[in-house]
Design a protein around this ligand. Structure first.
Ligand code: SAM
Length: 319
């Protein structure tokens, strides 16, 4: 098999430290990267099948409608394709099926999920060298030496960039710009601003999968940190914060209660929340301005007819 696995996995005390700091703060918060243990990754795949969560279907429709133009503009043949937060590796197949990439580099924080998806891809694309990199891309990291610097193309679909604040997003995109080199490109999916009703429905699916995904964070904390926390003591709350242009996801305490982690006790008042995720939405122009700040020039943008989602091709700005 043409597959190598590089494990730069975050230290095991990362979750403990973030919980200790995040539960002690006001408001209480946790970074969304901890959603993605094995169960969280499985639940995210299920979210992508919910009818209310339009992102995967609309993004896919943009790729299908504009396939020829996207592939021509991307010019992937003979180049290295690098995908941060690659997840189950489903979306990249669209690109790999239509061009001869020289190498594919899926990156993800979720080790087992990454390993199994990379193995499936290696079996289906036996001639494609694959370097899977388990890494927390919110921390400084270096790509393995085997990844050629010339001809790097980054692929970041699904509007995962929305989980960063705009300032963090510029930092992350600048890092990709530096890693991409002078001829670098970035193909990125960005969710747009739209009606509050559509957005609120998308993060509150009727089957309760997004709620289960959010609550899974507490199960993970209970399991990995031996924390004393009642899962039925919290409920899922997600809403579009229009002035800030972002979906906010929270776990709201149903009652006054105490959560114990190691030797620390954290008091929760009824109605107090743990802020678990933001998902920023950008108009195409807002995103192009943000990308410009990070050293990327806009090359092309594709949208669906309702302008629910955008796919941008960016080129590294010279100098
Ligand atoms: C919202 S999912 C998107 C998955 C896929 N790219 C898609 O578009 O459907 C985010 C993915 O990024 C990974 N991820 C989240 N935070 C990460 C981090 N800090 N470093 C590396 N991977 C991360 C998760 O494990 C998950 O696979």
């Amino acid at each position: 098999m043409n597959l190598q696995f590089h494990d730069y996995h975050p230290q095991s005390d990362d979750l403990r430290q973030c919980v200790m700091t995040g539960f002690a703060g006001s408001p209480k918060q946790l970074p969304p990267k901890f959603f993605y243990d094995e169960e969280g990754s499985r639940l995210f795949a299920q979210i992508c099948e919910q009818p209310e969560y339009y992102v995967p279907a609309v993004e896919r429709s943009i790729f299908e409608t504009h396939a020829a133009d996207i592939m021509r503009s991307l010019a992937l043949d003979g180049r290295t394709l690098i995908e941060p937060g690659a997840g189950c590796g489903r979306k990249v197949r669209f690109l790999l099926d239509r061009a001869s990439a020289a190498m594919y580099v899926p990156m993800d924080i979720s080790a087992e999920h990454l390993r199994s998806s990379a193995q499936r891809l290696a079996a289906d694309y036996p001639h494609l060298p694959i370097h899977a990199v388990c890494v927390d891309h919110t921390q400084p990291f270096t790509l393995p030496d085997e990844i050629p610097v010339a001809g790097r193309i980054f692929f970041y679909p699904g509007s995962s960039l929305g989980n960063f604040s705009p300032v963090e997003a510029i930092g992350f995109l600048s890092d990709l710009r530096n890693k991409a080199g002078a001829q670098g490109r970035l193909l990125i999916g960005i969710d747009t601003k739209k009606s509050v009703e559509v957005l609120n429905r998308a993060y509150n699916d009727a089957a309760g999968v997004t709620a289960a995904f959010n609550l899974n964070l507490l199960r993970r904390i209970r399991q990995e940190l031996a924390a004393e926390v009642q899962l039925d003591g919290f409920s899922h709350h997600a809403f579009y914060n229009e002035p800030r242009g972002r979906i906010e996801m929270h776990l709201v305490s149903r009652r006054d209660q105490c959560v114990r982690v190691a030797d620390r006790r954290f008091e929760f008042k009824a109605g107090e929340s743990i802020h678990t995720e933001n998902s920023y939405k950008y108009s195409p122009q807002e995103f192009q301005e943000l990308a410009w700040e990070a050293g990327w020039d806009s090359d092309k943008v594709w949208l669906d007819p309702l302008h629910y989602f955008s796919v941008h091709l960016l080129k590294a700005r010279k100098g």
